[in-house]
Design a protein around this ligand. Structure first.
Ligand SMILES: [Fe+2]
Length: 183
């Protein structure tokens, strides 16, 4: 976690946690800043993602205009709010965690591309990737069943592709990908 330049963890974890919350990668000669923050609504308690990300964005903007922010969060409102908060300062904000893709891809007025949740690549059957039976038992009884990954049926592929103006860092196009029925 400390030595890898390819792995980051949420930037708003306690500072004692190994690893780092942001970094840069080089893509075809362009420097791309990548940040991850975690939401707080229905999630483990972590530091304020809004306050935490401000100095990070400032730091990265000294190196590049191209900045991608992954918001790992449950609540759609929290993700939209972070997107609006960062509009004009980063290239793209997208959400993860819910496993269900949203259809609200857009470019905010300041030029930041946005998608509330990218969705899940994995089994379409079951409950967000896990076998239905165990999940239902958990909800019905309140007792924690060990959940297993759904093994039957077709799979799905969820992703998002964003085009970014390399000079300005503004998003040009946000394209959602959702392929179903994969054997
Ligand atoms: Fe998650």
């Amino acid at each position: 976690m400390e030595s890898s330049d390819r792995v980051i963890r949420p930037a708003n974890y306690p500072p004692t946690v190994p690893g780092k919350g942001y970094g840069t990668i080089n893509l075809d000669g362009a420097t791309v800043g990548v940040v991850n923050v975690m939401g707080r609504t229905f999630m483990p308690t972590v530091d304020d993602p809004f306050r935490c990300i401000d100095p990070i964005v400032e730091d990265l903007r000294l190196l590049t205009n191209i900045i991608i922010v992954d918001v790992h969060a449950e609540a759609t409102s929290e993700k939209v709010a972070l997107g609006r908060f960062l509009d004009g300062r980063v290239s793209f904000v997208y959400g993860t965690h819910t496993h269900v893709q949203t259809a609200d891809e857009q470019i905010f007025p300041g030029g930041t591309g946005y998608l509330t949740d990218v969705g899940m690549t994995g089994p379409t059957n079951g409950v967000i990737g896990m076998e239905t039976e165990g999940v239902l038992a958990r909800f019905a009884t309140g007792l924690s069943e060990r959940l297993s990954v759904e093994k039957h049926g077709t799979k799905q592929f969820c992703a998002v592709v964003v085009s970014i103006d390399v000079d300005t860092g503004r998003a040009i196009e946000v394209k959602r990908i959702f392929q179903r029925g994969i054997p």
